[in-house]
Design a protein around this ligand. Structure first.
Ligand SMILES: Cc1cc2nc3c(=O)[nH]c(=O)nc-3n(C[C@H](O)[C@H](O)[C@H](O)COP(=O)(O)OP(=O)(O)OC[C@H]3O[C@@H](n4cnc5c(N)ncnc54)[C@H](O)[C@@H]3O)c2cc1C
Length: 434
């Protein structure tokens, strides 16, 4: 480590990496990033579903993601000469109870310049790559949205920052701050001690802990585990692999038998998933596609009201039951019961793809402040300590904009985001009791 830096960033996830990139872009050249793991993106950033979707309850979040879309479609030349976004489309499906609220949010998004089309249940069916058994009220179709190449994005942020002089230290933990009286003067890390003007808390699920060690303003964060399973696409739908257990596949022997028994009990007969069987009218959201669509072009599909999404990943499929179990900061393992629940929902809603074997499963943490808004800005009680935390479920898709805003606040004292009030509202000062 050098003896003196302008900024030391704690955390090599997407938040820390995007900030390092923007600080270097804005000419801040004495920057260090420290990451406790041996590589970037080991935690939340490496476990996401990689989806880019502008739909949100918050108009600010919608505006940020719409803006980030330009960046992902046409990235700066020093990051990539191909887009980070594969716009295969996103289809959100709703039951009657949620449909009118969804339409309001879609209207709001259109007024902000977003492209979203309301589709009837029938039309939604024509967008589905596989038939599904759900009686939905309608859907929202986002033709310009889809999947992000997160691995490449993370590597590009860190690579470009490194080329511009940012020092990157892996296997390096934050231990504490140096102070002169109440003022922050430096940082103690596993790689040494140095002076610095700024220390950035981009520690994801551990942001609360880092804040406590720094003796900064107390901000409580909650971490919610989310589970993703990945599996092969059946050969009948264009899958490349044979439908036999791959050598290293994790098998869940209980699954197939238990699901079959449940189906039999429900229907009184054998019901192996058979996508060629026409679904009964009214409960079928069939496919009008003449031939199997290559899996890389499958849209991302989310049954919002039924808590299930699926899409493609690495030539296969992923799915999540959109679980939100409150857990402690850490490295969560997937819960077998949640995996089973995911498989059950697939079996009920899209039996054509319900897997017998898994390629793998993962769980990661989505970390939220109490009000579920980002925490972005200088600590009100500890000058030089900067919070970039609480990204929840949108840290990747927001990273080009939020990373830039954070860098501008440090370098210029104000950001170029048009609504300054919206940025001020994210300040950690909101957690100080008046
Ligand atoms: C299953 C799942 C699906 C998701 N899907 C999407 C999606 O489709 N789209 C989207 O935009 N977002 C998605 N998210 C949310 C997104 O992944 C997060 O918002 C984002 O990754 C948070 O990034 P981060 O850098 O803050 O945290 P992290 O990636 O967790 O990075 C924080 C880093 O800080 C390091 N660290 C912690 N303490 C210390 C210390 N003391 N010293 C040094 N280093 C330390 C950690 O090792 C870690 O690498 C998903 C999340 C999950 C779990």
């Amino acid at each position: 480590m050098r003896r003196r830096y302008d900024v030391v960033i704690i955390g090599g996830g997407i938040a820390g990496a995007s900030l390092a990139y923007w600080l270097a872009e804005l000419g801040m050249n004495r920057v260090a990033l420290i990451e406790r793991e041996d590589r970037p993106g080991v935690h939340a950033s490496g476990r996401s579903a990689k989806v880019f979707l502008s739909m949100s309850d918050s108009p600010f979040e919608q505006a940020v993601v719409l803006q980030a879309g330009h960046f992902f479609r046409q990235p700066p030349a020093d990051l990539s000469d191909v887009p980070f976004l594969h716009a295969a489309g996103v289809l959100l499906l709703y039951d009657e109870a949620d449909w009118s609220r969804a339409r309001e949010r879609a209207e709001q998004l259109r007024n902000m310049g977003g492209t979203v089309k309301e589709v009837s249940a029938d039309e939604a069916g024509t967008r589905m790559p596989v038939p599904c058994k759900a009686d939905v009220a309608g859907g929202l179709w986002f033709p310009d949205e889809g999947y992000l190449d997160v691995g490449r994005l993370l590597a590009a942020y860190i690579g470009a920052a490194y080329r511009k002089g940012v020092d990157v230290f892996f296997n390096t933990s934050f231990h504490g701050l140096l102070r002169n009286g109440d003022a922050l003067t430096g940082i103690v890390t596993g790689a040494g001690t140095c002076e610095t003007k700024w220390v950035v808390n981009a520690a994801g699920a551990w942001a609360g802990h880092v804040g406590v060690i720094a003796r900064a303003t107390r901000i409580g964060f909650s971490c919610y585990r989310r589970t993703v399973i990945s599996f092969d696409i059946p050969a009948a739908l264009g899958g490349q692999r044979p439908e036999a257990p791959p050598k290293r596949a994790r098998t869940f022997p209980g699954w197939a038998r238990a699901a079959q028994a449940r189906e039999q009990a429900r229907n009184g007969r054998q019901t192996q998933p058979d996508w060629t069987t026409p679904m009964p009218e009214r409960t079928a959201l069939g496919t009008a596609l003449p031939a199997p669509l290559p899996v890389a072009d499958w849209p991302f599909i989310s049954f919002e009201s039924r808590h299930l999404y699926f899409g493609h990943e690495d030539g296969g499929l992923l799915a999540s039951p959109m679980d939100e179990d409150l857990v402690k900061p850490g490295d969560p393992a997937p819960n077998p019961a949640v995996i089973e629940r995911t498989r059950d929902r697939l079996q009920r809603l899209v039996p054509a793809i319900a897997p017998q074997f898994l390629r793998g499963s993962r769980a990661g943490l989505r970390t939220f402040a109490r009000d579920r808004q980002l925490v972005l800005g200088e600590d009100p009680a500890l000058g030089g300590f900067f919070w970039l935390a609480g990204q929840g479920g949108w840290g990747i898709e927001s990273s080009p904009v939020i990373g830039r805003v954070a860098a501008e606040l440090m370098v210029r004292g104000k950001s170029s985001w048009p609504d300054e009030g919206a940025i001020e509202a994210l300040s950690p000062a909101r957690f100080v009791r008046s």
